[in-house]
Design a protein. Structure first.
Lengths: 268, 304
C-alpha cells in the first residue's frame, strides 16, 4: 500500500510540474537581459520597456480587449435569455433545433466555425452589401456566436439549482414581468452571469483560429500578432506579454476567490 | 389581475418573445454558415472572387437548374494524400488521448483520495492554467523543447546527454502539447466519478481478502468507466481538429487535418476542397459527439 501511494504522489507531482513548468520558464526568461533563450544575461526589464514602444502590439492588444468586452457582454445577455427560455418556457417552438445549435459550438472544430462564418460574411456582402470589409465587427459577431454556447452552459447549471418561488411571489404581488426579471431573476443569477461573462471574455481574448478567418486586412488581434511572431520561434517580448497576462489572471482569480469567500462569510 | 390565471403566464410570454433574438442570431450565424459550407463543397473552383461557382443557376424564369459536382469529394478519395491525413489525425488524436488518460487517471485518483479541503486546492491548481491563454501556453513549450532550449541546456550541463535531443517540431512535441493542453478536460470528469465512488465497496473487497490491485481492476476501474469515456471524448474530439498545437510544435511531417485545412484555405486558396475537407472532418466527429451526448444525457438522468 505504501509503495503504491508513493507511485501516485510521484505521478501527481509530474503532472503538476508538466502543467506549471512551461509557464514558470516563460516568466523567468521574460526578465532575461539576453536575447538568447538559454543564456542568462542577468535580470532586466528591457522587454517590458520595449513593449511600451511597440505601437502595433499595443493597437492589437487594445483591439482584442475591445472585442472581448463587447462580445462577452452581448454573449452573456443572449446566452442568459437562451438558458432561461430552455429552462422555463414549456412547449418552446423549435426546441430540438435550438438545443442542437447550443451544443454544437462547444464541440465544433474552431477551424470549421471560422471557415463557415467567413463564407457567410462573403455571401452576405454580395447579397446585401454588408459587411463591405471584414474586421473588428465580423470578429465580434463570430466571438459572440461561439461564446454564447458557453454562457448557456454556465447559466443553466445555476438555474438547475435555483429556487423559483421568489419570482413566483414577486409575480403574484403584481410585479410586471420585465420588472420581476430585472429585480429578482437577474440578481439571483448574478454569480452565473459574472462567471459566464468572464469565460466569454477569456475565450474571446484567446481566440486565434476563428479571428484569423473572419478578419480583414485592417484588423489584427493580439493572438493573431503573437502567432505570426512565434511561428518563427521564441521571442523575448512575447515572454514579457505572457508574464503580464499571467499576472492579470492571478489578480482576477484571487479577487474572485476573495469576493466569493466574503460573500459566503456574510451569508453564514 | 386576480382573475383566472392565463394559460401562459405573462412572464413566459415575455421570455418567449425575447428569446427570438438569440434564436435568430444562431440561425443566421451558426446554422446558415453550415449550409453555405455544404453548398460550396459541391461547387466548382473558379478563378474569381469568390473563387467558387454558383450552385443555383438563375435565369429569366427563376431557378433554371442546379449545378452540383461531387468532384471535390471524389478528389479527396482519389488523392491518397487526404486519406493519409484523415487517418493520421485520428491516430495522433487517439495516441494523445491515451497518453492523457495514463497521466490523468492517477492524478484524478490521487486528488479524489485527499481530504476535502486539499482536494479543492489541488483541483483548482488543475483548472488554473486554463485561464491563461492557450496560444501562449503552447508557445511556452517552444522555449523548453528547443535544441537550444531549457531542457536540453539542463541535460547537457548535467552531462546526461552529449548532444541536444530533438524534441521540437516533430510528433513527440505534438503529443506533449495535446497531453499538456487537454489534461484538465481529462482529469475533471475522472475526478467527479472517482470522488463519488463508494469507498465501502473497496473496504469490503479488502475485508474479503482481495489484493489492492485486484480490487482496483475489479471494482474501481469498471465503476469509473463513465468518467474514462467522458474524459477521453472531451480530449479526442477537439484534438482531431486541432490547429494551434501542430502549427506551433509539429514538424513538416506532422499531418493533421486542421493544419491542412488552414493551408488549403490560406495558401492554396482552394475553397471548394477546403469545404469538402471540413465536411469530412465533421462526419468523422459526429459519432464521438453523439456518443458523448448520450453519456451526458444518461448522467443527467442518473443525477435527477
Amino acid at each position: 500500500m505504501k509503495r503504491r501511494s508513493i507511485l501516485l504522489i510521484t505521478i501527481a507531482c509530474f503532472g503538476y510540474a508538466l502543467l506549471y513548468m512551461p509557464i514558470a520558464s516563460v516568466v523567468v526568461y521574460s526578465f532575461n537581459a539576453s536575447r538568447l533563450v538559454t543564456l542568462w544575461g542577468g535580470f532586466s526589464t528591457r522587454w517590458y520597456v520595449s513593449l511600451l514602444h511597440d505601437d502595433k502590439l499595443l493597437a492589437a492588444a487594445f483591439l482584442s480587449l475591445r472585442i472581448a468586452v463587447i462580445s462577452a457582454t452581448v454573449a452573456t445577455a443572449l446566452g442568459a435569455l437562451l438558458a432561461l427560455a430552455m429552462h422555463r418556457v414549456r412547449r418552446l417552438p423549435g426546441r430540438l433545433l435550438l438545443s442542437g445549435m447550443i451544443t454544437a459550438p462547444l464541440v465544433m472544430p474552431e477551424i470549421i466555425t471560422g471557415l463557415s462564418l467567413l463564407f457567410l460574411f462573403i455571401s452576405m456582402a454580395s447579397l446585401i452589401g454588408w459587411p463591405a470589409t471584414r474586421g473588428a465587427a465580423t470578429i465580434t459577431i463570430a466571438h459572440i456566436t461561439f461564446s454564447m454556447a458557453y454562457v448557456v452552459v454556465v447559466v443553466r447549471a445555476r438555474l438547475a439549482v435555483m429556487d423559483e418561488s421568489l419570482e413566483e411571489a414577486a409575480m403574484d404581488l403584481g410585479g410586471r414581468p420585465v420588472a420581476v426579471f430585472f429585480d429578482v431573476t437577474v440578481p439571483m443569477l448574478l454569480p452565473a452571469l459574472l462567471s459566464g461573462w468572464l469565460l466569454a471574455f477569456t475565450l474571446s481574448l484567446d481566440d486565434l483560429v476563428i479571428s484569423s478567418f473572419v478578419s480583414g486586412p485592417g484588423a489584427t488581434t493580439l493572438p493573431m500578432l503573437i502567432f505570426a511572431k512565434v511561428r518563427l520561434g521564441v521571442t523575448p517580448d512575447i515572454n514579457a506579454i505572457t508574464t503580464i497576462i499571467i499576472g492579470l489572471v492571478i489578480v482576477a482569480v484571487t479577487t474572485a476567490a476573495l469576493v466569493t469567500n466574503r460573500r459566503r462569510a456574510t451569508a453564514a | 389581475m386576480s382573475t383566472a390565471t392565463p394559460t401562459v403566464p405573462p412572464w413566459q410570454q415575455w421570455l418567449r418573445r425575447a428569446v427570438r433574438v438569440p434564436y435568430l442570431w444562431l440561425l443566421l450565424f451558426f446554422l446558415a454558415p453550415f449550409l453555405i459550407i455544404l453548398k460550396i463543397s459541391f461547387a466548382e473552383p473558379v478563378i474569381a472572387q469568390p473563387p467558387f461557382s454558383a450552385l443555383l443557376v438563375w435565369g429569366a424564369h427563376g431557378l433554371q437548374g442546379i449545378r452540383a459536382t461531387f468532384e471535390n469529394y471524389s478528389f479527396l478519395f482519389r488523392d491518397g494524400y487526404y486519406g493519409i491525413i484523415v487517418l493520421s489525425s485520428l491516430k495522433m488524436a487517439a495516441i494523445g488521448t491515451v497518453l492523457c488518460l495514463l497521466l490523468g487517471y492517477p492524478m484524478a485518483y490521487f486528488i479524489a483520495r485527499q481530504p476535502p479541503r486539499r482536494r479543492q486546492l489541488l483541483l483548482l491548481a488543475v483548472i488554473l492554467p486554463f485561464w491563461i491563454s492557450f496560444l501562449l501556453r503552447v508557445y511556452a513549450w517552444i522555449g523548453l523543447l528547443d535544441n537550444h532550449g531549457v531542457i536540453n541546456h539542463l541535460l547537457l550541463s548535467l552531462g546526461i546527454i552529449h548532444k541536444p535531443l530533438t524534441m521540437l517540431y516533430n510528433n513527440f512535441a505534438v503529443y506533449l502539447g495535446i497531453v499538456y493542453s487537454y489534461l484538465p478536460f481529462m482529469i475533471l470528469p475522472l475526478y467527479s466519478t472517482l470522488e463519488r465512488l463508494n469507498l465501502d465497496l473497496l473496504d469490503a473487497a479488502a475485508d474479503l481478502g482481495a489484493r489492492r490491485w485486484r480490487a482496483f481492476v475489479d471494482i474501481t476501474l469498471p465503476l469509473s468507466l463513465p468518467g474514462i469515456l467522458g474524459g477521453c471524448l472531451l480530449v479526442f474530439i477537439p484534438a482531431v481538429g486541432e490547429f494551434t498545437i501542430p502549427a506551433l510544435l509539429g514538424g513538416a511531417d506532422t499531418l493533421m487535418i486542421g493544419r491542412v485545412l488552414w493551408d488549403e484555405f490560406f495558401v492554396s486558396r482552394d475553397w471548394p476542397v477546403a469545404s469538402a475537407v471540413s465536411v469530412v472532418l465533421l462526419l468523422l466527429l459526429i459519432a464521438p459527439i453523439l456518443w458523448f451526448q448520450h453519456l451526458q444525457n444518461r448522467e443527467h438522468e442518473a443525477s435527477t
